[in-house]
Design a protein around this ligand. Structure first.
Ligand SMILES: Cc1cc2nc3c(=O)[nH]c(=O)nc-3n(C[C@H](O)[C@H](O)[C@H](O)COP(=O)(O)OP(=O)(O)OC[C@H]3O[C@@H](n4cnc5c(N)ncnc54)[C@H](O)[C@@H]3O)c2cc1C
Ligand code: SF4
Length: 326
């Protein structure tokens, strides 16, 4: 299957409301999995939680098991031996959908060396992955020794844009805070505990190793007609195989073709690495010395008076310039 064709860009979402609610953005990953498992009798690889709520890669062959991979997990996933397993399935002539970060897809292709006609790969716009140690420590603090029964980084009860981190416990209680108030998400979005390679990522290119790149359509205000509160995806297709599979699932998707720049508006993570915060070293020193994780994040993400003043002055200068132009 010929690979290079330049990128084609779409926005859209799965028509099935329940799938969208379970997914992080528009649920396109589920439909790719459904196609590979039900139509091609293939295997799907993705990131899931293990029994201790660490994140690891695994595979499934049944459509009912795809839900383990659904939803973004903002933690580095342990790849275990999935590259070897992928090669085994491909060598048997099976279809495989491999999903992961752009660097994981790059690593897979480097490992396989040969091109396989039955391999479909999907990556996503990647803000970066967080240190598993930080996640483990956060869960220990938040659960207060209660048994966890489920974790959802992208609970959409308050809508797709204002998502929450929700943790359910076996005693029936639960924890839920939106992205601006949960301390883990605050630290993650402030880039405080990303893996070192995420601050100088080499994989955020327009052309990708993956056949399809997915993301959240955060620039939705530019195309308000496509809005729905359960989420909208951006879809970048990089290969003929990707295009062919998109045609196969199209009947189950509300889809609009758009241009690349509209699709990545408000989503600098497509091409830019996260900026390393000055307080990253302080943060890791603080947790190595066993200070509370939540307090360490609070301290390292609170803005100093000088930063607040600088931001205020910058805004004031912009407003004055706009007034002078009128
Ligand atoms: C760590 C991370 C950072 C992201 N950053 C951005 C961003 O900055 N901007 C943006 O627009 N979109 C980002 N996304 C992508 C976005 O959140 C959705 O995952 C994507 O739009 C696909 O959504 P979906 O509804 O089709 O499927 P979903 O059901 O959300 O699909 C989840 C997919 O993500 C994979 N996955 C989940 N967690 C991990 C992990 N830790 N490591 C590797 N693979 C994982 C699963 O294997 C599965 O393929 C990020 C996702 C992750 C996991
Ligand atoms: S930001 Fe780059 S290095 Fe970090 S996980 Fe994503 S693709 Fe990999």
């Amino acid at each position: 299957m010929k690979r290079q064709m330049g990128v084609s860009t779409y926005v859209g979402y799965v028509k099935d409301n329940e799938i969208r609610v379970q997914s992080s953005s528009g649920g396109i990953f589920y439909l790719l999995s459904k196609y590979i498992i039900l139509s091609m009798h293939g295997v799907v690889f993705g990131a899931q939680f293990d029994e201790k709520w660490n994140v690891e890669h695994g595979y499934c062959e049944k459509i009912e098991d795809v839900n383990n991979f659904m939803g973004s997990k903002y933690v580095q996933s342990d790849l275990k031996n999935v590259y070897i397993q992928t090669k085994d399935f491909l060598d048997q002539g099976r279809w495989v959908l491999f999903s992961g970060t752009p660097c994981q897809i790059y690593g897979l292709k480097a490992f396989l060396k040969d091109e396989y006609k039955t391999l479909l790969t999907m990556d996503f716009i990647c803000h970066g992955v967080a240190s598993p140690l930080t996640w483990e420590k956060y869960l220990r603090e938040i659960s207060k020794e209660k048994e966890i029964s489920s974790v959802n980084f992208r609970d959409k009860t308050n809508g797709w844009r204002n998502f929450s981190l929700k943790i359910n416990f076996s005693d029936g209680s639960s924890y839920k805070q939106d992205l601006n108030h949960d301390y883990y998400m605050r630290g993650y979005l402030a880039n405080l505990f990303l893996r070192p390679s995420c601050y100088c990522c080499k994989f955020k290119t327009i052309e990708r190793k993956a056949d399809i790149t997915l993301g959240d359509f955060w620039g939705i205000d530019n195309m308000p007609e496509v809005y729905n509160k359960e989420g909208v995806s951006v879809i970048f297709v990089h290969s003929e195989l990707g295009q062919k599979v998109l045609q196969m699932i199209k009947g189950e998707v509300e889809l609009w073709e758009t241009n690349f720049w509209t699709a990545i508006d408000e989503n600098s993570a497509f091409m830019q690495s996260a900026e390393k915060p000055a307080k990253r070293e302080d943060f890791f020193r603080s947790i190595r010395e066993n200070f509370s994780l939540v307090r360490s994040i609070g301290y390292c993400t609170s803005e100093s008076l000088s930063t607040v003043v600088k931001k205020f002055l910058k805004k004031a200068i912009i407003s004055i310039k706009i007034l002078l132009r009128k």
